[in-house]
Design a protein around this ligand. Structure first.
Ligand SMILES: Cc1cc2nc3c(=O)[nH]c(=O)nc-3n(C[C@H](O)[C@H](O)[C@H](O)COP(=O)(O)OP(=O)(O)OC[C@H]3O[C@@H](n4cnc5c(N)ncnc54)[C@H](O)[C@@H]3O)c2cc1C
Length: 448
């Protein structure tokens, strides 16, 4: 058996980027081989931390010749196990966090080019200093990287107003499996010269290329009002949000379990005794008569109110992690808005069974997107069947088994629930063309 440190590839990688940035000791690699949820844990031949696109190219060229898998990794905040190697894979983890340069914000167009390893929080601070903001925001902002967010086509709290990650992306520099660098960073508004490789890479989850730099469109900040309302059903929540259609910057829903957990963990008071709370951020002001028929409603009066109300939504995942024991299940589904109320009832009724605890649903209301959280004591085939049953229920309503987190390892077996055989075959064809040896993120998106 070849010892990890004796594998010839490691020496080649050391030559390519320097020993300091090739991690081999188990304690140094530990944080790179376990995902944020703790549910996915693999092992790696080594972790490499390149500092330039040339080094990324050299790493991929070397691994492709050796036929060794490469797992691109940004902030490792992904929730479907896509950023860590599978057990026994012996893949190389390619951490992009050192690619953290940020170019100047163009004062006319609001365009900016940043390295793939720049965190969302750093980009936001950079944009703000120049009088702009970035259109996508999510709770993992301090660690999630722009490369990872493009690779997952991340959504977050402002999709209803600004669209998903792909909508903010103007161009990409990426390295293909062979080491070939492709670059489309001119920021042109119009460029109809064949296939749109930039958009192809958005949402490709590290299976088609490694993103090294991204050209992004920023937006001007807008004044908004934040409303929090209590209501009895998902349908009622939709009716509250829809009265502001066209002016929505965010529309989120929390059921009782999640919001109570945040309150216990943080001490923030839950405003109303209702089964649901809905958080609605709107542009263009809120008149008193637009809310007067609502029994449970209030406006955020200052920055502290805003922070507290947003915390009741954004800290649910963290609070559940603090309070819940056992195996946590995190599903991320979307359905047509017309079916959202029914699907909520069907999922909660189904999960009301022995062995299932801490069932909490929350998410991006007007995107028809629920995050479904629950815990079980064990992690065997019965527990997996629970996940599958929920995904099948969603598919039966014409929904998606992954609204914004991607497929990763977690849902690779279930892709057929959201994509036709023809679509999967076309996707496999694209993968084979760009990565013939299948070295990029093996086991993600497709199981084999
Ligand atoms: C508390 C919390 C809240 C969250 N909220 C949201 C939310 O509201 N909306 C949402 O969409 N997601 C959310 N997420 C999930 C996660 O933050 C996003 O998926 C994010 O886009 C991942 O970015 P990352 O840099 O951490 O990527 P990673 O987790 O490191 O990787 C994610 C995937 O992208 C690939 N990848 C990473 N970097 C690159 C690169 N440079 N080139 C090619 N492939 C790459 C990886 O191989 C992997 O498949 C949340 C996560 C947490 C922990």
């Amino acid at each position: 058996m070849i010892l990890i440190q004796e594998h010839p590839l490691v020496g080649q990688l050391v030559n390519a980027i320097g020993a300091e940035h090739v991690l081999r000791a188990p304690d140094l690699m530990a944080a790179y081989v376990v995902d944020w949820t703790g549910r996915y844990c693999g092992d790696a031949l080594c972790v490499v931390r390149p500092g330039t696109v040339e080094q990324v190219s050299s790493i991929l060229h070397t691994c492709n010749i050796a036929g060794v898998g490469v797992v691109p990794q940004g902030g490792n905040t992904g929730l479907v196990g896509g950023s860590v190697p599978a057990p026994g894979s012996g893949a190389v983890v390619l951490s992009l966090t050192r690619l953290n340069s940020m170019g100047p914000v163009d004062p006319v167009t609001g365009q900016v080019s940043v390295g793939a390893g720049v965190t969302l929080a750093a980009l936001n601070a950079h944009a703000k200093a120049a009088g702009w903001v970035f259109g996508v925001d999510l709770a993992a902002r301090d660690s999630a990287t722009i490369g990872g967010m493009v690779a997952t086509n991340a959504g977050g709290i402002h999709v209803v107003g600004n669209g998903m990650m792909r909508k903010q992306v103007l161009g990409i520099e990426a390295v293909l499996a062979t080491g070939e660098v492709i670059r489309s960073m001119s920021g042109l508004a119009k460029n109809n010269t064949g296939y749109d490789l930039t958009q192809l890479l958005c949402g490709s989850e590290g299976t088609l290329g490694v993103i090294t730099e991204v050209s992004l469109q920023l937006i001007r900040p807008r004044d908004t009002e934040l409303i929090i309302a209590g209501c009895d059903s998902v349908e009622a929540a939709l009716m509250i949000a829809s009265r502001f259609a066209g002016r929505l910057a965010a529309a989120e829903i929390m059921d009782r379990g999640g919001i109570d957990s945040v309150s216990r963990v943080t001490g923030i008071t839950v405003p109303f005794p209702t089964p649901f709370h809905v958080l609605v951020e709107v542009t263009g002001g809120v008149s008193a008569d637009s809310l007067e028929d609502l029994e449970h409603v209030t406006l955020a009066m200052d920055a502290r109110d805003r922070e507290n109300y947003w915390a009741l939504r954004e800290r649910i995942t963290e609070a559940m992690a603090v309070e819940c024991t056992g195996v946590s299940h995190k599903l991320d589904i979307s359905v047509p808005l017309a079916d959202l109320d029914t699907v909520y009832r069907e999922i909660t009724t189904y999960l009301d069974q022995p062995g299932v605890r801490d069932v909490v649903l929350f998410g991006h209301l007007m995107d028809g997107n629920f995050h479904v959280f629950f815990t079980t004591d064990t992690d065997g085939s019965h527990e997996e069947a629970l996940d599958i049953a929920v995904l099948e229920l969603v598919a039966a309503h014409g929904g998606s088994i992954s609204a914004e987190h991607g497929v990763g390892h977690m849902k690779a077996d279930h892709l057929h629930l959201s994509r036709s055989a023809g679509e999967i075959s076309a996707m496999r064809g694209i993968k084979a063309a760009l990565d013939p040896k299948g070295i990029l993120n093996p086991g993600v998106l497709f199981t084999h």
